[in-house]
Design a protein around this ligand. Structure first.
Ligand code: PLP
Length: 394
């Protein structure tokens, strides 16, 4: 038992957090317990697609909370069906399984591919993944990830995830063998530093996997749900994957994730897959409100326009300060600093007075921007002005 003046003392240490407690948020703005406000270009880690506390989400939460919160995963409920239908209606997939986190959705994708391999490919189970990829923090998804150091952190790893190099089709082809069942990738590596797979590479991968009878799995936990300017990032390459996972933006801030597949790949049998909260109606109702908003005519066009605007502003700044340009899709972008000043910028931006700015440095030599998808040009201008103030002070 512990007692102390610090109310955070009882939390298990996992990472260094700034000495700030956030108490409320609205749109692109978040407020701490001292009343200081911050312009939020992190948005829960590319999670709050509609910004903080969007009315459509609050309404869905309230309505569903009064109706039914948890009937048990052994029964159908209406929100799970409504959201699944919305997702299949706006994607190339036919079947949906809901989960609570991106890692859990990816675990489901790995299991589904292994099951499919057992059934149709002589027990093949290897899934080719990529250097610098990020698929989650469970033991299997850490093993699938190509994050440096993770191969030994909680050794031994789960076997069966050989690593290829993004945008290098020969590196994938080289790894294909009798045991290979699938290739899994993020269409845009988010945690790796906002590195898009090229459209050409996505098409080559589709062709290669088809030729070898392998599944193509896209982890769209970060790139999906409007973030890339299209509802799903695979659309940018004009290809049809076999399996997709969603997380982060699908719930707009509540814990919700999904595993989607083509009908012929949905081979789970009774008891193969589950989870206490899968298809929980409270979360599904919120996810439905979020996706419904994203597919409103004009919404995704506006994400693309804001993304183009942010890109233009970042390129201007880059030219002005001698940085190395920018990259990304839609409203998932990175400014390439060319030196390891990212963490310093992040800290100084947060400490700006009277209004702070929340930014992320996915790697020390870049800044990652993941604002609300309904961010305004004016908020982008404010962010750029604050960023200039920080850069002037370095
Ligand atoms: C965040 C992320 C995950 C993990 O999601 P959690 O909800 O944290 O488990 C998996 N894949 C990608 C691409 C991500 O960005």
């Amino acid at each position: 038992m512990q007692s102390s003046d610090n109310p955070m003392q009882s939390l298990m240490y996992i990472t260094n957090r700034p000495d700030i407690v956030f108490t409320r948020g609205s749109g692109s703005w978040i407020f701490d317990s001292e009343g200081k406000r911050y312009l939020d270009f992190i948005q829960g880690w590319a999670v709050n697609s509609l910004g903080h506390c969007h009315p459509a989400m609050i309404e869905a939460l309230e309505k569903q909370a009064r109706a039914l919160i948890n009937p048990s995963p052994a029964f159908y409920n209406e929100p799970m069906a409504n959201l699944a239908t919305l997702l299949t209606g706006h994607s190339v997939f036919d079947k949906v399984f809901f989960a609570n986190s991106g890692a859990e959705a990816n675990e489901g994708a790995i299991k589904l591919a292994r099951k499919w391999g057992k059934k149709f490919k002589n027990g093949a189970y290897e899934i080719i993944t990529f250097d610098h990829s990020f698929h989650g923090r469970t033991i299997a998804t850490m093993s699938a990830s190509g994050k440096p150091g993770w191969d030994t952190l909680y050794a031994p790893q789960v076997p069966g995830f050989p690593k290829a190099e993004l945008n290098d089709i020969a590196s994938v082809e080289k790894l294909i063998g009798e045991k290979t069942v699938a290739v899994m990738l993020e269409p845009i590596q988010g945690e790796g530093g906002v590195i898009p797979a090229t459209r050409e590479f996505m098409r080559e991968l589709r062709e290669l996997t088809q030729r070898h009878g392998l599944l193509l799995i896209v982890d769209e936990v970060q790139s999906g749900c409007g973030r890339a300017g299209t509802l799903f990032a695979y659309e940018l390459a004009g290809i049809e994957p076999d399996i997709m996972t969603l997380g982060k933006g699908i719930g707009g801030g509540v814990p919700l994730a999904a595993l989607l597949s083509k009908a012929e790949v949905a081979v789970f049998e009774a008891g193969d897959q589950g989870g206490t909260y899968n298809g929980n109606p409270l979360m599904a109702a919120v996810g439905h409100a979020v996706i419904k908003t994203l597919v409103t005519p004009g919404f995704l066009e506006s994400v693309r326009a804001r993304g183009a605007y942010l890109r233009e502003k970042l390129l201007e700044l880059s030219a002005e300060r001698g940085f190395e340009g920018e990259r990304g899709e839609g409203l998932l972008r990175a400014l390439l600093l060319g030196k390891d000043i990212g963490p310093q910028i992040v800290e100084k931006a947060r400490e700006l007075q009277p209004t702070g700015l929340l930014l992320n440095a996915a790697r020390p030599n870049l800044l990652r921007f993941m604002p609300a998808l309904n961010v305004t040009d004016d908020e982008i201008d404010q962010m750029m002005a604050m960023l200039r103030t920080v850069l002037d002070s370095l």
